[in-house]
Design a protein around this ligand. Structure first.
Ligand code: A5P
Length: 223
């Protein structure tokens, strides 16, 4: 069976070249990206420096032999390759299904280019079917969750193994079910104005390219 995430990752990694500083995403698609960058470094003898968006990706990168540098030493990031949970027709995204949205957004914002790799199931007409992850402070989380509900969603605290899921930054995630988000940019601003909110999983006008893998093996690049 064709692995569409893997084929999309392969195409995205073709944009990585010698001397680049690369941002490494998080998730099951970014997993393939990291492995293939590691292969490319070895087979083409490339000098690449990387920054990871989660502890999970950091561990995989180290294990695969990719050279990581601390964020404060990084200067500009040439290219970041990351996954997404939903991609709409304007290339706006919902991210954070894996809980790494805060670091992902910081890395993406500081990158010259952001390439998103997805399989076809992530393409949507309107964002919002996938509950929007919002990272919040632990302090006062119940109130923050109420305030998010006031914006028109059904919020739920993310739970893993019967306890609240803690992000790499020591925060909680509220998954906000909006069903349909008609104006992602306005919603993003509204959510960010709620005290206690660290970051939202809405990535607006950030992606430069979307690389989509299909079940039949075809890969499309949306510029
Ligand atoms: C991690 O927090 C997320 O933003 C991922 O990039 C997103 O959930 C996509 O993950 P998959 O590639 O595993 O579907």
């Amino acid at each position: 069976m064709i692995n569409s995430k893997k084929s999309a990752a392969e195409r995205a990694v073709s944009y990585v070249s010698n001397g680049m500083t690369v941002g490494l995403g998080t998730g099951t698609t970014a997993y393939w990206v990291i492995l293939q960058i590691a292969d490319k470094i070895k087979s083409e003898n490339l000098k690449i420096r990387a920054i990871a968006t989660s502890v999970q990706s950091e561990k995989l990168a180290v294990k695969s032999g990719i050279k990581l540098i601390p964020f404060d030493k990084i200067g500009e990031i040439d290219l970041t390759i990351d996954g997404a949970d939903e991609v709409d027709e304007n290339k706006d995204l919902i991210k954070g299904g894996g809980g790494a949205l805060l670091r992902e957004k910081i890395v993406a914002y500081n990158s010259r280019q952001l390439i998103i790799v997805v399989d076809q199931s992530k393409l949507v007409h309107n964002l919002g079917k996938f509950p929007l992850p919002v990272e919040i402070a632990v302090f006062g989380w119940e109130k923050t969750m109420d305030n998010l509900a006031g914006l028109g969603c059904q919020p739920s605290l993310r739970i893993r193994d019967d306890v609240p899921f803690l992000t790499d930054n020591g925060h909680y995630i509220i998954d906000c079910n909006f069903q349909q988000i008609s104006n992602p940019s306005i919603l993003n601003r509204e959510i960010k104005s709620v005290p206690g909110v660290m970051e939202t999983g809405l990535f607006i006008e950030m992606a430069d390219k979307i690389v989509v893998g299909y079940e039949d093996g075809k890969v499309d690049v949306l510029d």
